[in-house]
Design a protein around this ligand. Structure first.
Ligand SMILES: Cc1cc2nc3c(=O)[nH]c(=O)nc-3n(C[C@H](O)[C@H](O)[C@H](O)COP(=O)(O)OP(=O)(O)OC[C@H]3O[C@@H](n4cnc5c(N)ncnc54)[C@H](O)[C@@H]3O)c2cc1C
Length: 457
């Protein structure tokens, strides 16, 4: 019998598996994806958000615990467990040496992209390289990995884990870390939560996070955290594939122009805050529009100020032509842009600060970076909601133990997306998904080892 069963093959699972193995446990990792698709949503990532009191190699200046905490409070509106959130924040300042020991390399943030070098450390080669490094390290340490092994249910009684089922096969272990992600790949479950609008959602990441183990844990009485309609959803290129489009489908020019729905009407303040703090609300906003579709509109002045999308948008020399190219009512579109242009007050545009360049007298207002759209050519990108990950999960304590009726399990732990809702009740901060998974992956691995080996850890 293995000491520890780890369910999942993404960042959180691998951190837990390696940490537990380092402490001396025998570990079996079950990954539902085939080897070539291993790594879950983690393969699509680029960075993690790190607290630091002074510059640290790729991280510039300082990002204090208090600032990180305030940023989190702002995006979640206070829907966060302070104890668990502060643990993530503090440990995020310490986890990188361990990551590097296991082959993860970092690079400075690329200029002209997301301006995140102060708050976020970027992985050299992205999340795919990170996951590959962890798998290599795991194999070297003697961790056994089984691919195409989809856990269908758990054997749990009164909060104690006995084994896992893979179809008819029963796999026993002394403890288990569940790191199987959210339920974002499960279109049926998304439809249950969101209604028929979910049929127009695209899944930005893996097709393997079906939420099977999450559902089973909840059925076994694990305490639930979060609301099934909460999650990370961004506005992405409507031409993206149904799964695994990844980051190259992002459209990052929202704050530089306006966004209109299929009726050519604006519907939200495009300049509410810096894009990294706001991009995660736009999926939900587009999901709330007729037919779950919208169009991001910019003019030539915006070019060079954002990461260019992979596929060109509709380009036109007049607003009328742009409207036609996007399939919008020409008169309505021209009126929306003209009203917006007339409402822009004169200010000093600066995309690197909240510059207060705003509109006056229109609803919704644009409160920063409002500049008239009057410099052809004009560009339009059609947007759809792209689900990144869901926040519904299981409640845990600070040792990553899953709670059952408020009581921590003795041998069942959770890490990553499956428990991210403890920290993220709503909203998102760029890079915190990997911070949560890394920190709680390490905590879960260590807690499992302490549980099984006691004072020897
Ligand atoms: C396009 C994109 C870009 C992102 N960029 C960033 C970023 O730059 N920074 C950041 O912090 N976050 C980012 N995120 C979010 C980030 O991916 C997640 O927060 C993080 O990867 C979660 O890690 P995890 O290990 O919990 O889940 P995952 O990496 O998704 O791993 C879950 C694993 O569980 C496996 N699994 C699922 N069900 C079962 C089952 N029944 N049996 C066995 N295995 C199962 C899956 O195959 C998968 O391997 C991004 C997400 C996407 C989609």
């Amino acid at each position: 019998m293995y000491d520890l069963l780890v369910i999942g093959g993404g960042n959180a699972a691998l951190c837990a598996a390696i940490k537990a193995r380092e402490a001396g446990l025998s570990v079996l990792v079950l990954e539902s994806a085939p080897r070539e698709w291993r790594g879950g949503n983690s393969i699509h990532t680029r960075n993690l958000r790190c607290m630091h009191d002074a510059p640290q190699d790729v991280l510039t200046e300082a990002y204090s615990e208090e600032e990180y905490w305030q940023d989190l409070l702002k995006v979640t509106g206070g829907l966060t467990n302070e104890k668990l959130a502060k643990l993530v924040i503090r440990e995020s300042s310490k986890c990188r040496p361990w990551m590097m020991k296991h082959g993860v390399r970092f690079q400075g943030s690329l200029s002209g992209t997301l301006h995140l070098s102060r708050t976020n450390a970027f992985f050299l080669g992205g999340g795919k390289a990170l996951v590959n490094a962890y798998f290599r390290s795991a194999e070297k340490l003697g961790i056994e990995i089984r691919y195409e092994t989809n856990v269908t249910s758990l054997d749990v009684k009164d909060g104690t884990f006995y084994g896992a089922y893979v179809g008819d096969e029963y796999i026993q272990a002394k403890a288990c870390v569940v790191a199987s992600g959210g339920f974002e790949s499960n279109k049926e479950w998304l439809r249950e939560a969101w209604g028929p609008v979910a049929d127009n959602f695209l899944i930005r990441g893996t097709r393997y996070n079906m939420g099977v183990v999450l559902k089973d844990l909840l059925a076994h009485g694990a305490d639930q955290i979060g609301d099934p309609t909460q999650g990370h959803a961004v506005a992405i290129d409507a031409r993206a594939p149904e799964y695994d489009g990844g980051i190259c489908t992002r459209i990052d020019c929202v704050s530089l122009g306006i966004v209109v729905n299929k009726n050519a009407k604006r519907f939200y303040d495009e300049g509410e805050d810096f894009w990294p703090k706001r991009y995660a609300i736009w999926g939900r906003l587009v999901a709330g529009q007729p037919d779950q579709i919208a169009h991001s509109i910019i003019d030539q002045k915006a070019i060079g100020r954002f990461m260019p999308p992979v596929f060109p948008g509709v380009v036109a020399n007049t607003l009328e032509e742009l409207a036609e190219g996007l399939g919008l009512d020409v008169q309505e579109f021209v009126k929306t842009v003209t009203d917006y242009n007339n409402a822009c007050t004169v200010g000093s545009f600066d995309h690197s600060v909240l510059d207060g360049c705003q509109t006056q007298g229109i609803e919704p207002a644009k409160t920063n970076w409002a500049q008239p759209i009057n410099h052809p050519p004009y560009y339009g990108y059609t947007l759809r909601p792209g689900i990144t990950f869901t926040y519904l999960g299981v409640q845990i304590d600070e040792n990553a133990r899953i709670l059952f009726g408020g009581q921590p399990s003795n041998n069942l732990f959770a890490a990553g997306e499956v428990m991210a809702g403890n920290v993220l009740g709503k909203g998102y901060l760029a890079g915190i998904g990997m911070s949560i998974g890394t920190v709680f992956g390490l905590v879960a691995g260590e807690s499992a080892a302490k549980e099984l080996l006691g004072a020897r850890v």
